[in-house]
Structure formats: structure tokens, C-alpha cells
Design a binder for this molecule. Structure first.
Ligand code: URA
Length: 238
């Protein structure tokens, strides 16, 4: 693996930061200064330090993407997928979207190759909260808001679990937090009270908040604190 890929994939440093650290001579591989960020190294065998701090190799990759509309949340499809926005070498690590957003839904998507964490995050038993900004075709009445908050029939075995809905002025947009992840759940919930979702963006997933610095279609690695919180949400912190 290239040295800059290894370091940027396992620390908060970007590839640019790695180049500048290499120029300054503060990166070592097996104790020897490494000035070429493109040099090849073996992540399983080589010891890499930046400024004396060892970079630990993680088999897992955790990515936050700001999903644009028009892409499908899967690894392979006849249509363009979110994985296609990543460099080939990351896609080659076996990453997949942790849960699905509809093709027209935008916002926070976690992409990882940590199957255990993904399983925990998506497990109905863990009730991981997900927050979405929505816009509607018609204003939502207080009565409908309460109905939705308490749970509505969307044709599943049970009504939806309680959710929280905060409306903006005008009552045609707002924020909803749900703890389940049924297919098209939010669109079906609003349809159950005779309304229609015209826009949907996920802004939170468990303890993760969509980074306002990410434009649609952009992504970044999660930092150590974010990974730890996410693994906590998934119940796989150890
Ligand atoms: N609910 C939906 O209806 N669509 C999504 O993409 C996510 C939640």
C-alpha cells in the first residue's frame, strides 16, 4: 500500500498533510525517515510513525459521505452507486453502505467494511436514532404530527415506533427522528397521514452528525472519536 494512503486511512491526516509531513522529514518507516509519500509499504509488517506517534493499522475503514441525489446505496447496480464515488482502492477493501438511503434521498451515509458494526447499527434491537430533514407537499397539522409521533400503520406487522417531529414555521418542512429503518419508512409514514415527502436529507445517524463541510458527493474518513462513538451505538465497542 502507498504510504500516504496508509497514513490518511488510519489517522486524521489528509493525503496533503502526509506530503507536507514527509517533506518535513517527520515520517518514519521502521525507524528510517520516509520522504516519499508514494513509497510502498506493508501495513501488516511495517511500523510507521508521524512525529514520533505510531500509526496503528486498522483493517476497517469508516467513511462519512454526503450522499447526492441520483445514486443508489449499494455496492453494485446497473445504475451509478455511492461506492462509485470512492477511489477504486477503497472500493476494493470491501466497503458497503451501512443501510440504504433512497435514490432521491441525500445526506449522511456511513460506508464501512466493518460488518459487525454495520450489523449492530442496523439491528432493530439497538434502536439507533436517525434524523432527517424533510419537506412536504402540504402543511402538517398538529393532529397529524401527533399521530406520526405516536406511530402509524404503514402496512407492516406493527405500527411504527414513536418518533419525534419538529416542524419549521409554515409546517411544510422540519426534522424527524426515527429509531427504525423500514423500507421507504419516512415516505410511507407521511403517506399514511395523506401527505407526501418532496425532499429528504439525513442529518444524523446515531451519534454521528453530517459534517457541514462536506458538499454533496464528498466524503471523508471518520476520526477516532467518531469511530468509537459509532461502535458504541452499534454495541461493538470492545
Ligand atoms: N425513509 C425514506 O423514506 N427514505 C429514505 O431514504 C430513508 C428513510
Amino acid at each position: 500500500m502507498r504510504l500516504d494512503r496508509f497514513i490518511s486511512g488510519n489517522s486524521a491526516l489528509s493525503r496533503k498533510d502526509v506530503s507536507s509531513a514527509a517533506r518535513k522529514g517527520i515520517i518514519t518507516v521502521n525507524g528510517l525517515p520516509a520522504r516519499d509519500p508514494g513509497m510502498h509499504m506493508d501495513p501488516e509488517k511495517d511500523t510507521v510513525c508521524v512525529g514520533g506517534e505510531r500509526i496503528n493499522y486498522s483493517r476497517y475503514v469508516y467513511i462519512m459521505m454526503n450522499k447526492p441525489a441520483g445514486l443508489v446505496s449499494s455496492t453494485e447496480d446497473r445504475e451509478r452507486t455511492v461506492i462509485g464515488l470512492l477511489p477504486e482502492w477503497i472500493a476494493g477493501l470491501g466497503v458497503f453502505p451501512c443501510g440504504r438511503l433512497d435514490k432521491d434521498t441525500t445526506g449522511l451515509l456511513v460506508i464501512t467494511n466493518d460488518g459487525g458494526a454495520a450489523h449492530g447499527l442496523l439491528s432493530p434491537r439497538h434502536h439507533v436514532p436517525k434524523t432527517y430533514r424533510f419537506s412536504l407537499a402540504q402543511p402538517l397539522s398538529e393532529e397529524q404530527r401527533i399521530l406520526l409521533s405516536n406511530g402509524v400503520d404503514i402496512g407492516e406487522k406493527k405500527p411504527t415506533a414513536p418518533s419525534s417531529i419538529v416542524l419549521d414555521e409554515g409546517k411544510m418542512s422540519g426534522e424527524i427522528t426515527i429509531t427504525e429503518g423500514k423500507f421507504h419508512q419516512i415516505k410511507r409514514m407521511f403517506a399514511a397521514v395523506s401527505n407526501r415527502v418532496t425532499g429528504l436529507e439525513r442529518t444524523r445517524f446515531g451519534s454521528l452528525v453530517l459534517d457541514p463541510g462536506l458538499e454533496r458527493g464528498e466524503w471523508r474518513y471518520l476520526n477516532e472519536n467518531e469511530i468509537a462513538s459509532l461502535r458504541g451505538d452499534a454495541g461493538t465497542e470492545n
